[in-house]
Structure formats: C-alpha cells, structure tokens
Design a protein. Sequence first.
Length: 482
Amino acid sequence: MGYLINYSRVETILHRISQWSFSIVLAIGAVSLVGWYSDLLIIASVQHRYVPIAPSTAFCFLIFSFLLLAYMLKRQSHIRQIIAMSGTVLIFSICFAILVSFFLGKKFSIEHPWIESPRNIGNIAAGYMSPVTSTLFLVATSGFICLLVSERLLSARKSNFKKIASYAATVVIGAGFTIILGYLQGSPLLYGGNIIPVSLPTAIEFELLGLGILSACGPYSPLIRIFVEPNVKSRLMRAFVPATIVITFIDGFLYHETFVTATNPALATSIIAFLSIMIVGFIVSKIASSVGNDIDREHAERDRIEEALKESSMKDALTGLYNRRFLQEYEESLVARVRRRDKLIGLIMSDLDFFKNVNDIYGHDIGDAVLKETAEILKNTVRASDIVVRFGGEEFLIVLMDLAEGEAIRIAEMTRKKIESAELRVNDSILKNTISLGISEFPSDTENFWESVKFADVALYEAKNSGRNKCVKFTKEMRKAG
C-alpha cells in the first residue's frame, strides 16, 4: 500500500485544466472572429509576416471549444454527449471539405461565404484556413470523437479508445508547439511557399485544445500516468520535461540567431527543436527509469517500515485481519485501481451462524478460537490480492479485486463449503460451524462503493432469514429491504 495514488484528486485537477483550456480557446476564437470583421488585426499589425486567424478557423474553434466546454461541465449527460458528437462531426465535415477544396483549388472553396475577398498581409494571402489547420482539426475532432465513444463502453475497448484520443491530442500539442517556435524565432512556418501559413493564435489555440482533450482523457490515460504516478520516475519526469522544453526554446532561439543566412530558418529550426525535445525526452525517460528504480527500492523499504507501524492501527488484534478503518482509509485507491483495469470488486459480507450459542455454551475463549480459525480459512480461500476484513463481531467482509462478472458467487460458495467442513476440537467433542454470505458487485450493482457494501449486508440478512448456511447474491428487488 506504499504507492497508492489519489486518482480522484488528480482527475479533479485534470478536469479543471480541461475547462480552463477550452474556455481560453473559446475566448480567443470569439475575439478573433470579431477582430476580423471589425478590421482589428492585432497580431498582424505586430509584424507584417504574422498572418491573422481566418474567420472559418475562428468559427470552428468557437463552436468546437463550446461543445467541449459544455461536455466537460456535465459529462454524464446523455443529451450533451449526443450534441457534442453531432457538433464535432459537423466541424470534422467542414474542415474535411476545406482540405479537399484546397487540393481542388480555391474556386471550389466553401469558405467564400465567410469573406468577400482575401486580404494580403505582406506577400501572404490571408483569410482562408490553412490546410495544416484543417488537418489538425481533423486530428483533434477524431480524438474527441474517440473520447465520446469511450464514455459509452464498459469493456477493455474503453481504454483503447481513450488511448487513441490521448495520442491524437499529443499530435495536436506537438504541431502547435512547432508552429509557436517558428513565430518565436521571427517567421511563421511555410511562409514564402504555396501553402497558407498557420497563424499564431491558431497555434496557441491548438496547443490549448490538445492539452484540454488530453486532460479530459483522465489520469488513467497512459500519457497522463507517466506524470501523475507517485513514484520517483514520474517525479523526475515532472522535473525534467519542463526543463527540457525551456532549454529547447533557448537552444532554438540561439540557433536561429546564428542561422541567419538561410532563406527561412524557422521551419528547419522548429523541426530540429521539436526533434530535440523528443530525443531528450526519451533519454530523460530512460535515465528516470534507471535512477528511479533504484531510489524506488530504497523508498519501498522505508515505506514498508512506516506501513508496518500504520497497519498496526488498522488490524484486528484477535484475528490479524484488517479492520473497518483500513477499508475507510484505502477505499478510494481500491476503487481507482479497479476502474483503471475495467474490472469489478466482489464484496462478500459473511456472518457465522448461531455464534452467540458458541459463546454461551463453551465460553469466550472457545468463541475467540472459532473466530481465529474462521479468519484463517477465509484468508486461505481467497487470493493474495484480495482483502479480508473483520467488519465487527462475527461479521467478515471479503473484498475480491479485479473480478469478472459472476465470479464472486462462485468464491462465496467455495468459502461456505470450507467453513461447513471445518472442525474444531473442544475438549472431547468436535465443534462445527456454518456461515451465511451476502454478495454484491461494484460498480455493476451501484457506482457507490459503500452502498455496494450495504447491498452485500442486505443480501447477507436475506441469506439468514431464508435458512442460513447459504450464499445470496444481491438483486434490485432487495433495495427496499436495504
């Protein structure tokens, strides 16, 4: 338990990053659209080679970011998911048509209704969406569509779609970063060619858009997990990657200053800078892995000592099992682990039948011996990854991790039979016990973990009321009884 991460807190932070990113994109899109029709081209007035954002581009950012923001504010709303999917498909279609029209020639462009005539900023014809911009929109919208699809899936395919969404977001971030580098070094990429350059506001918006979509994928996304895990490797990555980006910016700027003889050094320097980040990032990752693993081993040893002291307050003195406090402490981490793997938690609430009679007839010493033997049988029946908790008195809760649907009832029945066949010698006689068990599954029975525990308890009382020494699986019809 030394490296349990609070995924709920990380998810909240990522959710806020997404909301802020999409809000800023929405604001830039709105300002750019108003600026175009008001003839207030702020960026273009700074430097004659800085192209303004095209009205069609600003419109797409405005609508797409609005859909993303509305979705993030209430992700579980089925209606919002449908609206977000429909709007995203519309943006995808518009950008696909613009990209096709570029290769067919501007006379076929669907952008003509947006502008009366293109404006010239220096030697650059502005007003039309760059094919690079339309391509990045296709990537970004495809990634968001995959994220929306993943919300409707419950199997392993859910994580696969989220991976695709996170990779698409990373491509958008990388492309935006490369374009911004070009502007920082004094010249937009593709300037002087036949392709319309991407404007600086567009690059910034794509950077924020990619960051927002990547954050929306959540902490279980492989690219996010590299940075949010609590181990030393992730801590080193969080330290080295920002430093690498800063170093690359400086390196690119200095390289441009010494590379003035080129016709347009921006493309070359930006590509070199981006490749440098990838190479340095790869090296840093390997170093972090090598050094981090050694440090992790040392920390793990220290944590084991600290954990032993902590666990002493979370274990039942009689049986050596975890107590209810342990479950309250680690419930969030257990739930996050199962959600990350798209599996179930099986909850088996069990209670020894007629245990009060054992104490009354044989005394509390024999009763304690029965409890210890029961605890030993339960521990030996389940896997090492499962958790057995003494919930109180003669009640035991078994937490079965990473189960497929229906497995919990099989394990419960196996447990019942082992308790029934066990024998405890008391003086010259043999004492035998039976046990009743109630089963629920999280999150299939309910999305609330503690409610699922309650459902297992409801099923247990159903088992006792219907004859004892049996296993009962919770059903929806039992909710009223709970």
